[in-house]
Ligand binder design. Structure first.
Ligand SMILES: *Cc1c(COP(=O)(O)O)cnc(C)c1O
Length: 418
């Protein structure tokens, strides 16, 4: 163990971690492409792209050059009253890439904060429109939208990591995803009964990520749009996980043809290099804030919002998306994951194997032992960190065929109990 790890271990409080019993974290020396190189010299293929961020792989020279150049020009300036090219260019580019009139970009530094901002936008949209009492949100079982206090209330109350805090914050309507006529009718009648108290519906389109990599059809999104319109509600897509190619389309809202009123982005926005997020509103939402009344403004402004280094990284990441090569890579990864994980179907305790885009999932009947499995995967040259009942892969798009087969092979081997 390197000295810095031994010394710092008494002081660093790790994420989602029982500090007393969890295995020691792996000490990272550096990263390269799809690989994490440890201090002890081992090289792990990163099967989850560092929590779904490093879509172009690590240390991409184009992103590095953009960030280095920006670091010399201006690493950070406040965004209140000042403007800089990286953020203004990024906002224009995101607006051009997103469908419909999703044209108004509010920057923040983390996914949870972007979701909080989207909630605040929805609440104030109604206040500014002179409609009182629309203070609640509808979200979906199995969903995950962040770890901050307000976002916890729209996460799945059981699956989520927030069960302890029940009662701390006002309860929201967390309901079944309308996958069939029964659940659709239930949502419709909830909205009929309570619609006047509800500001917006919020959903992770196509895949509920942290709640267990649960997929749904685009027809579900069309249903949500139809019900939101029928009851006059806003619809928010949380694309923090699904954005930037992961499901096979650049965004779920471009691929599905269903356009929300607000979309949140983060995770792969900077290609996994720097923290940045955005809540992007449609013209209709933005217009409710456009007024001669100073009190109608959106009163929000994180200190590090639109950090120039992060925006430069995001612009460079978008350059890499522009050549379109990612599409073929996502299709290639999908085929490799589907084929490579197929043998797991017969393994003990496995209830499902599924893929979508560059996402491959092996689901178990019961929760797995994350710490123990991480160790076993690392022994096989892989960084894979299961959550809840799922062992999953969301590799960088640059992962080679040989690296993909190392990842799927490790899962098959470990799952078979060998
Ligand atoms: C990760 C995630 C968040 C929270 O983002 P943080 O940057 O961890 O705060 C919110 N929504 C979804 C769908 C996510 O996957």
């Amino acid at each position: 163990m390197p000295q810095w790890l031994t010394d710092g271990a008494a002081h660093v409080w790790r994420p989602y971690c029982q500090m007393k019993t969890a295995p020691a974290p792996l000490a990272v020396a550096r990263t390269d492409g799809a690989r994490i190189i440890l201090e002890d010299g081992r090289e792990l293929v990163d099967g989850i792209a560092s929590w779904w961020t490093a879509c172009h792989g690590y240390n991409h020279p184009h992103i590095r050059a953009a960030v280095t150049a920006q670091l010399e020009r201006a690493p950070h300036v406040m965004f209140g009253g000042l403007a800089h090219e990286p953020a203004y260019r990024l906002a224009s580019r995101l607006a051009a890439l997103l469908p419909g009139e999703l044209d108004h970009v509010f920057f923040a530094e983390s996914g949870s904060v972007a979701v909080e901002i989207s909630m605040k936008m929805a609440l104030q949209y109604w206040i500014n429109r002179g409609v009182a009492g629309r203070t609640k949100f509808v979200s979906f079982l199995g969903g995950y939208h962040g770890d901050t206090l307000a976002t916890m209330t729209i996460c799945d109350p059981e699956e989520g990591m927030h069960g302890l805090f029940a009662g701390v914050m006002p309860a929201q309507h967390v309901v079944a995803m309308p996958r069939d006529l029964g659940s659709e009718a239930a949502l419709d009648s909830l909205l009929s009964a309570k619609g006047s108290e509800i500001a917006a519906l919020i959903v992770e389109p196509r895949v509920q990520g942290a709640g267990g990599m649960v997929l749904h059809d685009d027809s579900v999104l069309a249903t949500l749009r139809r019900l939101a319109d029928k009851h006059g509600l806003l619809l928010i897509f949380d694309e923090i996980f699904t954005g930037f190619g992961r499901t096979g389309d650049l965004f779920a809202c471009t691929g599905s043809g269903v356009i929300p009123d607000i979309v949140t982005l983060s995770k792969a926005l900077t290609g996994g290099t720097l923290p940045l997020s955005a809540a992007i509103a449609s013209r209709r939402v933005f217009e409710a804030f456009w007024s001669d009344d100073a009190g109608a403004a959106l009163m929000h402004g994180p200190t590090y919002m639109a950090n120039p280094l992060a925006c430069a990284a995001a612009n460079a990441s978008l350059d890499l998306f522009e050549d379109g090569a990612w599409k073929a890579d996502v299709a290639r990864i999908n085929a490799a994951l589907a084929e490579g994980l197929e043998p797991c179907r017969k393994a003990p305790g496995v209830v499902d194997v599924r893929t979508l885009g560059a996402i491959g999932v092996v689901e178990f009947e019961d929760a797995v032992d994350t710490g123990d499995l991480c160790v076993k995967f690392a022994e096989r040259g892989c960084w894979i960190r299961p959550m809840g009942k799922v062992v999953y892969l969301t590799p960088p798009f640059v992962t080679s065929d040989a690296e993909l087969s190392r990842l799927t092979g490790a899962i098959c081997e470990v799952v078979a109990g060998s």
